[in-house]
Ligand binder design. Structure first.
Ligand SMILES: Nc1nc2c(ncn2[C@@H]2O[C@H](COP(=O)(O)OP(=O)(O)O)[C@@H](O)[C@H]2O)c(=O)[nH]1
Ligand SMILES: [Mg+2]
Length: 335
């Protein structure tokens, strides 16, 4: 049989995990969540897996040079230095001085990343009674308003009623954008005049949600003010007034990050995470990013679960984040 570096012919191949088995199943149904992950992350997946196939194609043994090249291929996905180093070390420990097969490499890398990203169930918190209040924060252009539209669609699909608060009163266009989405999604919206107090919009939105018996209230916020400290004070104030209506509100503060910014997304968002008391992350624009690996350091650095991912511009391009599906999508081991 000719040498094939991508497939092992012997019997000691590692047993497939449940996640890998389910990948095979969803390959047969490319419309499923796995298929959407894979196609959204096409750029990252193609780059990473082309690099890895090039690395293993001549049946090289694992030596320092090989490990350094592997490390560089991993770092190019913006997964961060520490995770790439951890995978390099794990491959070193297990396969030093042996020939490495594509399947062995990906199985090891998947296991390492799964451990690094472990985040429990990542479900949204919900109110014990009354409306669940969700505040959405992040830098300008990250994808906040679009993610709110997607989240609204997601709740509407479950038959839940939604009240939106157009809390980005900084720009009239932001209010208009959210109003259009509200109408399309069949959600109620509370707006204020341009430059009016966003805390008052937040207050009225939660109040409307309570009086209408709505299931969910989602409040948009501005991504930029004259100064960063103004913005942070404003976010604190929005939180405070909402809790006057519903004492444990907001139940979730979702930080929206732009995946195309790669590692920059992390530095941009540090202030938000602390000042706004974030509870979870929405990783927007995972499609079209060649830096999809950034979900890994994001999970680690913020110590917040990644709850949703944005996979395109339409309201349907949205999925609950699942570590196993993400990891399986990252490595293209179906030959
Ligand atoms: N491809 C893609 N574009 C997105 C996604 N989410 C948002 N966008 C686009 O990013 C731009 C900024 O989004 P917006 O929601 O207005 O950002 P905001 O300033 O944080 O509210 C818009 O052009 C959106 O269509 C996504 O998941 N994928
Ligand atoms: Mg916006």
């Amino acid at each position: 049989m000719p040498w094939n570096p991508f497939k092992k012919n012997n019997d000691d191949a590692p047993a497939k995990s449940n996640a890998e088995t389910s990948q095979t199943a969803s390959e047969e149904a490319p419309q499923g969540v796995m298929g959407r992950f894979k196609s959204a992350m096409r750029k990252t997946v193609t780059m990473l897996n082309t690099d890895i196939r090039d690395l293993v194609k001549d049946g090289r043994v694992v030596d320092d040079e090989f490990l350094d090249e592997l490390y560089m291929a991993l770092v190019r996905t913006d997964m961060g230095v520490a995770p790439a180093q951890k995978i390099r070390d794990d491959i070193h420990t297990r396969f030093r001085a042996r020939k490495l097969f594509f399947d062995d490499l990906t199985a090891t890398a998947k296991e390492t990343i799964r451990e690094l990203m472990d985040q429990g169930d990542g479900n949204l918190a919900s109110a014990a009674s009354g409306p669940t209040v969700i505040m959405v924060v992040g830098v300008n252009g990250a994808g906040k308003t679009t993610s709110i539209a997607k989240l609204t669609h997601w709740f509407r699909e479950q038959g839940k009623s939604v009240v939106l608060g157009a809390g980005d009163t900084f720009r009239a266009a932001a209010v208009a954008q959210l109003s259009v989405w509200a109408e399309r999604m069949g959600a109620e919206i509370v707006t204020g005049r341009e430059k009016s107090d966003p805390a008052s919009v937040g207050y009225k939105a939660v109040e409307a949600a309570v009086s209408n018996n709505a299931d969910v209230c989602i409040v948009d916020t501005a991504g930029r003010l004259q100064t960063q400290s103004n913005l942070m004070e404003e976010l604190t104030r929005v939180r405070r007034v909402m809790s006057k209506v519903v004492p444990d509100a907001p139940h979730e503060v979702l930080l929206v990050l732009d995946a195309t910014a790669g590692q920059n997304a992390i530095s941009q968002a540090r202030g938000f995470s602390e000042a706004a008391g974030c509870t979870g992350i929405v990783l927007a624009k995972l499609d079209g990013s060649a830096k999809g690996g950034v979900a890994i350091p994001i999970r680690q650095e913020f110590d917040l679960p990644v709850k949703f991912v944005g996979l395109g511009e339409s309201h349907e391009d949205f999925a609950k984040f699942n570590v196993d599906q993400f990891v399986d999508a990252l490595f293209d081991d179906i030959m």
